[in-house]
Write a protein that binds this ligand. Structure first.
Ligand SMILES: CC(C)(COP(=O)(O)OP(=O)(O)OC[C@H]1O[C@@H](n2cnc3c(N)ncnc32)[C@H](O)[C@@H]1OP(=O)(O)O)[C@@H](O)C(=O)NCCC(=O)NCCS
Length: 223
């Protein structure tokens, strides 16, 4: 059993190192990634802390998580469930809350918060699907789901669920792309109703200008 756990941990570490090599263009050898990438270190610390947390040694889990935070500036609660092949790029300032779930092959940049809203206990953090990219400084707040293959833009604040294969941007974040195709912002949409109203206003203005021109002619004649 212990042997199996050790194998699983080593496999997870290897997949995290591979994720960096595959998805960070600046990464060079596996050894360099293992020794110098604090995102990888944070994941290794987390996988150990999570084991203690789930085996009812919560203080130890929390202690390891705090030590990891001290060295990496990445705060992952030991209760959070993280998948395989995660890339934490740069990483500084990342906060991942207790009831967060992150799927496989996700990418998180510096300053990402996967947080809760309010003070209620229980599930209060997001559940992130597989292959999701979360841009620098993005905040995903609340107990909702982000589908597979989504992209959350840098500095976005996402407050509601996002369907798979979507891109979200802005504050509050809204879907800007679905399956790679731009989605129009309904608040900016000019429809035929708007055009008809504009035409009516133009007609009214033209009529008024003609009336004023006539009145001006009359006034000139009377002088
Ligand atoms: C989300 C992201 C992946 C979108 O990439 P994309 O599919 O190429 O999307 P586009 O550039 O076509 O943008 C789609 C729309 O979202 C808007 N958008 C993109 N990123 C945005 C952002 N961070 N904030 C606000 N709006 C943004 C674009 O202006 C565009 O709007 P428009 O259609 O009205 O012009 C990318 O913009 C991003 O933020 N990546 C994160 C990168 C990062 O954090 N790097 C850190 C490296 S250290």
């Amino acid at each position: 059993m212990a042997e199996e756990r050790k194998k699983m941990l080593l496999k997870d570490i290897w997949l995290d190192v591979k994720a960096v090599q595959e998805r960070d263009p600046a990464a060079r050898s596996a050894l360099e990634v293992l020794l110098l990438y604090q995102g990888v270190h944070a994941l290794i610390w987390h996988r150990i802390a999570h084991w203690f947390w789930t085996h009812n040694m919560r203080f130890l889990g929390r202690l390891i998580s705090q030590i990891a935070r001290f060295f990496t500036l990445i705060e992952i609660h030991p209760g959070a469930v993280l998948g395989h092949g995660i890339l934490i790029d740069h990483g500084c300032g990342i906060v991942i809350g207790e009831t967060t779930v992150v799927g496989d092959n996700c990418t998180l940049y510096q300053g990402v918060t996967l947080g809760g809203v309010g003070t209620k206990k229980g599930k209060r953090h997001p559940t992130i699907g597989n292959n999701v990219l979360i841009g620098a400084g993005a905040k995903i707040l609340g107990a909702f789901e982000v589908g597979d293959n989504c992209q959350i833009a840098a500095n976005a604040v996402l407050l509601k669920p996002l369907e798979e294969n979507s891109t979200a941007a802005g504050i509050p974040a809204r879907q800007v792309k679905k399956d790679g195709v731009p989605v129009k912002d309904p608040s900016k949409k000019i429809n035929t109703e708007h055009i008809c109203k504009m035409q009516e206003t133009i007609d009214e203005l033209e009529r008024r200008v003609k009336e004023l021109e006539k009145e001006l002619e009359k006034a000139k004649e009377e002088l």
